[in-house]
Design a protein. Sequence first.
Lengths: 245, 368, 372
Amino acid sequence: MENENTVIRVRDLVKKFGQFVADDHLSFDVYKGEIFGFLGANGAGKTTAIRMLCGLLEPTSGELTVAGLDGFKQREAIKRRIGYMSQKFSLYEDLTVNENIRLFAGIYGIPTHIRKEKTEELLEKLELGSARKKLVRDLPLGWKQKLAFSLAIIHDPSIVFLDEPSGGVDPVTRRRFWDLIYEAAHEGITVFVTTHYMDEAEYCHRVAIMSAGKIVALDTPKALKKEWDATSMDGVFLKLARSNE
Amino acid sequence: MKQLRGFIRKEFHHIFRDSRTMLILFGIPIIQLLLFGYVITTEIKDARIAILDKSHDEVTREITHKLLSSGYFRLDAMLDNEGQIDNIFRQGNIKEVVVFEQNFGKKLERDGKADVQVITDASDPNTAQLLSNYTNAIVQDYLQKKFVNYKIPLEIKPQVRMLFNESLMGAFTYVPGTMALILILISAMMTSITIVREKEMGTMEILLVSPLKSHHIIIGKVAPYLILSILNALIIIGMGYLIFGVPVRGSFILLMFVVIVYILLALSLGILISTISDSQVKAMFVSVMILMLPTILLSGFIYPIDNMPVALQVFSNIMPARWFIEAVKAVMLKGVGTGYIWKQILIMTGMTILFLGISVKKFKLRLE
Amino acid sequence: MKILRYLLQKEFIQILRNKSMWPIIFLMPIIQMVILVNAATLELKKSDVYVVDQDMSDASRQLVDKLKGNPFFQITSITDNDHLADQQLLNGKAGVVLDIPENFEKHLKRNNQASLQLRVDAINGLAAELTWSYMNSVIVDYNNQIRASWMGVSKFDPPQKIEVSQRYWYNPSLIYSFFMAPGVLVILVTLVGMFLAAVNLVREKEIGTMEQLNVTPIKKYQFIAAKMIPFLAIALLDLSFGLLIAKMVFNMPFEGSLLVLYGFTTVFLLGVLGLGLLISVVSETQQQVFFVSYFFLLVFILMSGLFTPVESMPTWAQWLDHLNPMYYMMKVIRNVVLKGSGFFDLKYEFLSMLGYGVAMFSLAVMRYRKTA
């Protein structure tokens, strides 16, 4: 399955915290332009895995290539090519929408004139134009999420990592958020997302299901449902969990 | 009651698990006492001086020798002319220059009078005055021993007894002072920061909607610091006694009672600060600014209150540490009983009630 | 470098927007300075004396008059019996008890010599020593007066004398606030700068924005510099306010060059803010940062030379003090302000502090991990 379209290549990736093995010999590939889901209950090792992939955690052993760069030696170079949004979607709450955009665009070295263009484009797309001078603190949760996502891809990364990006919002807002994700994928950005919402898993092109630090299943949602004879990802997950007990 | 007990236990675990903070909390009093005991001495020794001897005769050599063997001074440089004095002072290492005039010994013998200039760097006025006076005393002593040998008529001899602290040990002031400072630190500062932290993190709201009553929450937050403070007070008293020989002359129970009254006061102050701060940074700054420095400087810990300008003497009345230090000194060092310190205890209790009252009022306002 | 500009812009906007911190950053230090400099004085202004006069003679009354005439001593009461004297000391109503024994005058006349008893509350040893030396000089004065009136000699001169002329340079009237004001100012500037910088950084960890920055290609030194520069600016601003206060309220002279003082303070702040940030990058919570910084500051302040001259400390402590940034700063500010010392006079301090600052900054950068 390996080919020139592989943007993330993981082989036998292990992360230990003392004696505790958080991620146990993970191996998988993610291809350009796909939406790759990482599923699992809390504590299954998803967040540890995604944090290793974007260079926030040092792996204990294994092989890791992200955007053609080595995940051990070229961590800083990788950071230019990726975007990241965490469960806390860490915008600066005491800065305005505009100021947040300027900061993150500035950090990625986007020239001022391009930044201005992008800002207008972005505010229009998110329908945030009227709120540009508002503090992020005063925005509704759904808007904060959309803004955080847009900022995570403001520098046109080849991959964006989303760590449980849509926690705490209702399904309708979540659906709208996923429209943005599709749009990004359509533009060629690979999306790597962790979640424990099974409805989100349906939106992914392929999903890996984690349990106790191991990948226990990896395929398209359709194939998984077929294999486990379930009507939804929820069913797949339950059956998987039972078979692993 | 059962819920409260469980909550207090949780808070205890929370604090005692953070080993770095624990290390600091018990390290601060120990280091502070050791510093005061071994480093912060008020006596002068080995001050670096320079000498400009224009005479170079036997008398000046003898006086120089006497100065340098006194233990107060250490020779840093011999100067050749007056022009060098300013330069050498500007570098900031030399504290005093002694200038002997020309033909010093000859003049002393012939005219019965000779001049020596003692120039001190008074940018530190206290040290300058002390050094200057020591020098004067050594010179006069030299003169008396060498040239004059006569009996003084009509001599009045004052005999002095230094009460409560015969050897004039600094420890007698800094042990109570350290206690005042540390207990404020743990009780007021830590309490306020912990409570504000819960507010900042949003966990306070979770607690407030829980079945715990709001005063239970406060008690739960405060109880561990009460225990920590008492432990710290015991360490300080113990170290004071074992290492520096500071006795507990009065009743130990009364002493601990005073300590607990003060801790409760500090805790209520911490609660008050937490109700007026919305961020940890603010709570810290309010604590440091209105508690730490004033407790060092305005409570009579280092600088006696009697020496302050009248306005500040009045101001020092609102410093909790002032009353605590007075009471502790009285019980520990003078060995008096309750009769002598009821006023201090009453004032501290009054302050506690006042602070708690304001806090409760503020707290209710905020919830509404 | 451009990235640093954006980071700084962000920090300054955040600081300026947080208006409720302004009074704490700017006003409180000034109030503190005015109050504390006045409070911190070692010159004794008064002492309460309880006089027990068991002689009730002309001579004893003369001594009491002499005491009354001295502005330093305040006589709380004069009695002829001793039994209440101890209580006065115990409840703190009197600091000194002067006992004039029976037959004081008689002894002086007959034996050419007499004694007096003094009891001093010595819990504060230093104050007791000073009180005693003032009292002693009153008694010596009184003694000379007695000699003059009884023996008819105006002043009792020894046959040979050495005239010691005591000169106090740079502060001839020995004004204590000229010493204290720069010292307290240094403490306040350090407190504000170090705490603000250290707490600001760890706060980003606590609220999670730090992680967001860690996945960007920000260089570590850019991040640390962005956390240092704004607070360095604030600290220098506080220094300026403080110097103005010192000038206006305390009439403190300023002999040296502002350039030298600001230059050194900047180097100094590089060191202490660097230390604060170092503490911050290895801590997880604001509380930890606060207590560790507090610990260092306490040691720095107590050993800075403000409360006790550095030369009087034990040798090991003097060596240790070379690691104390406040030791250098206290020395420099006092020398620049009162003596007008220049860069070359203080080059050792400059170079040491520069090395210290660079070391602290580098350590903070090195210990800052973009990975957990």
